[in-house]
Ligand binder design. Structure first.
Ligand SMILES: Nc1nc2c(c(=O)[nH]1)N[C@H]1C(S)=C(S)[C@@H](COP(=O)(O)OP(=O)(O)OC[C@H]3O[C@@H](n4cnc5c(N)ncnc54)[C@H](O)[C@@H]3O)O[C@H]1N2
Ligand code: MOO
Ligand code: MG
Length: 624
């Protein structure tokens, strides 16, 4: 096929009306954007590719291809894009594909060109057949560049239909088998569905109805956690990344070992490889040293009974040898190695092929968050690229008229916005892509706009403030209006009020966590509700691990609610892990959170804890 004669043109110039006027080509899909998928499919088929776009030209240009806007104003439709393409195209033929068809056929150009030549046509258009119905795909066409004057005349006459000018040229239809390859994505929900693999998520009312006694104003922590867990859905999109870039990411598939690790039986010591049957029962054995085995350079030969081979750690075991004696335990006399009885047993100091990993076994499971040891493990398998879940996009903002951003003057009654920084820190550590939307005033319009923007750009939204019962707390009304959102008073301290659900805007939807405004409450709610949900959306399997420690002193606690107290875990004089509460526990006192290295989790049923009793503790830092 002569691909040098064809230029590709991606049609991305539409208004995106059915997607709420968003720029379709730039919508996230499969870990990148829709247009990136189209580009990747088209590029190998043609000499050059250009994009027809009428907005966000710089973003499109970042894909490293020319961006050609329509020559006519007012989004005149795909034909206007085609016209712009024909006018700038330097090859004999132009091939078009829309920006919202990420699965287009890999042989589109070849088949259309063959069809065009065979029919002696001016334009070849793709058709498919499904259930006996013939479907023409006019935006997938290959045509002669010389048709530009004919097309321009049609457009000048007010024509807009993609096939409206066909009567003036010779058109041929080329049949493709795979109708799905021409599938285009018209609504953001369709896009989200493909991206997340979920059709419609359940409604909150359905999830809640599974609980035997549900009272949103006195909801136990465990019930809230369960509802959230059942309501959120994982994002399905994955991507391949280079091994190092996989650190901290979530594995999207099991990694099956392609080899045995180690690949050969080898020595665990520097010493002498021998046959276990040569080991002396009661008298010293004298074995002839017949050669040396180095790591990476095996001994070429097989020692007979009564012979041994000097061997280095990691060197392949010589044939017939099954044991290694460390060199410091033997004496060497010329070419003879002397070993005393009882020095080692048969089979000692030999590492078996596949003892680390067997070929064909799962080395790592999907859902694992990749840690340094995993990077090493993957490297030991020779794995260069790793399938990971695409990063979760999380938008967050603070609400409140009293909030000032760093750098602004602190007017009377105002406080600096600290929640956005704690939230930033917690999200960053989870490995999310962040959209920091700043501070939003307690103003219904501003709040609605912020929530909509967040919803249209993120998988999840985290807000702080405005979810209690104050007069300026508009947040609740607006959240409720935008989707399926519920407001809870949870049996816990701090972090009692919480808004949770899913909101929608212009065809997009996002999970919403309306965290309480108090600076410690926001963190506690994040750690015990949002964290798990976000990890689930990321496809990760990483439950919180609590450890047990002794209470240093009495901790007062009311049964019937969960309390999270800030603590310092240290070893007491007797060496036992012991936790001390960090002074004032008010839900606005961030200092005690910062001083703490853990949180003591006092469960619903627990009452006051006496000094010396064991309690559950959540450590802030883990070894990673
Ligand atoms: N009558 C009642 N009053 C309150 C109740 C209640 O049940 N009945 N619940 C209390 C509890 S518990 C909490 S927690 C808070 C939660 O209130 P909101 O989520 O509505 O948050 P705000 O009123 O906007 O703010 C509360 C507090 O936190 C400060 N704040 C807010 N955002 C930030 C920020 N980004 N950085 C720093 N500080 C922030 C804000 O200035 C307030 O002091 O409601 C109780 N009231
Ligand atoms: O639940 Mo609120 O968090 O106590 O301040
Ligand atoms: Mg409030």
């Amino acid at each position: 096929m002569n691909k040098e004669s064809i230029s590709g043109l991606i049609l991305a110039g539409g208004r995106g009306t059915r997607m709420g006027h968003v720029d379709k080509g730039l919508q996230p899909f499969g870990g990148t954007t829709m247009v990136a998928h189209v580009l990747a499919r088209l590029e190998p088929q043609v000499a050059t590719v250009a994009i027809n776009a009428n907005r966000n030209e710089n973003t499109y240009a970042a894909y490293g291809v020319p961006v050609w806007p329509d020559d006519t104003p007012d989004y005149a439709g795909p034909l206007a894009g085609l016209q712009a393409g024909l006018r700038r195209c330097a090859t004999t033929y132009l091939l078009t594909a829309p920006c919202d068809s990420p699965f287009l056929p890999a042989d589109l150009a070849e088949r259309l060109l063959d069809g065009l030549r065979a029919a002696g046509a001016d334009l070849a258009v793709a058709v498919t057949e499904e259930n006996g119905r013939r479907q023409v795909h006019p935006v997938f066409c290959l045509l002669k560049t010389s048709l530009e004057p004919v097309l321009s005349a049609y457009l000048d006459g007010g024509g807009r239909r993609m096939d409206g000018w066909y009567p003036q040229i010779k058109v041929t239809e080329v049949l493709f088998d795979d109708a799905d390859a021409f599938r285009n994505i018209n609504t953001l929900d369709e896009l989200h569905e493909l991206d997340t693999g979920s059709t419609k998520p359940p409604r909150l009312a359905d999830v809640v109805s599974c609980l035997s006694a549900y009272d949103p104003d006195a909801l136990p922590v465990r019930d809230a956690q369960r509802i959230i867990r059942e309501f959120v859905t994982p994002v399905r999109a994955t991507e391949m990344v280079a091994l190092r870039a996989a650190l901290g990411r979530v594995l999207a598939a099991d990694i099956v070992s392609p080899i045995d690790v180690p690949s050969h039986d080898n020595s665990a010591m520097d010493g002498f490889a021998l046959r276990g049957s040569d080991l002396p029962a009661d008298a010293p054995a004298r074995l002839a040293v017949i050669g040396t085995a180095y790591a990476g350079r095996a001994f070429d030969g097989s020692p007979r009974p009564g012979e041994c081979v000097r061997i280095m750690t990691g060197a392949v075991m010589p044939a017939g040898c099954d044991s290694v004696v460390p060199q410091e335990f033997v004496s060497v006399e010329g070419d003879t190695m002397v070993i005393a009885p009882g020095t080692i047993r048969a089979g000692d100091n030999r590492r078996l092929a596949g003892e680390d990993l067997k070929s064909g076994s799962a080395a790592l499971r999907a859902g694992k968050v990749v840690r340094p040891a995993d990077l090493g493990l993957l490297a030991s398998l020779g794995v260069a690229e790793v399938p990971v879940q695409r990063r979760l996009r999380v938008a967050f903002f603070s609400t409140g008229d009293e909030l000032r951003s760093i750098g602004q003057s602190l007017d009377e009654g105002c406080v600096y916005d600290s929640n956005r920084y704690t939230i930033y820190g917690m999200l960053q550590r989870l490995g999310c892509d962040l959209i920091d939307m700043g501070v939003v005033r307690d103003d219904p319009q501003a709040l609605e706009q912020a929530l909509r923007d967040a919803c249209e750009n993120a998988d999840a939204i985290i807000t702080s403030g405005g979810v209690s019962v104050g007069a300026a707390d508009y947040t609740k009304q607006i959240m409720a209006r935008l989707g399926d959102v519920t407001f809870w008073k949870i049996g816990m301290r701090p972090g009692r009020p919480l808004a949770f659900g899913r909101i929608h805007s212009n065809g997009r939807s996002a999970f919403l966590f309306g965290l309480p405004g108090n600076p410690v409450a926001v963190m506690v709610s994040f750690y015990f509700f949002a964290r798990d949900a976000l990890l689930r959306m990321m496809g990760a399997d990483a439950p919180l691990e609590l450890v047990r420690a002794r209470a240093a002193a009495t901790i007062r606690k009311k049964p019937g609610r969960t309390e999270y107290q800030r603590g310092i875990l240290a070893r007491a004089a007797d060496g036992q892990p012991t936790v001390t509460i960090t002074g004032a526990q008010g839900s606005g006192i961030l200092r005690s959170m910062s001083e703490a290295n853990c949180m003591v989790v006092l469960h619903d049923e627990q009452g006051t804890v006496q000094a010396g009793e064991l309690v559950d503790v959540l450590l802030f830092e883990g070894l990673i």
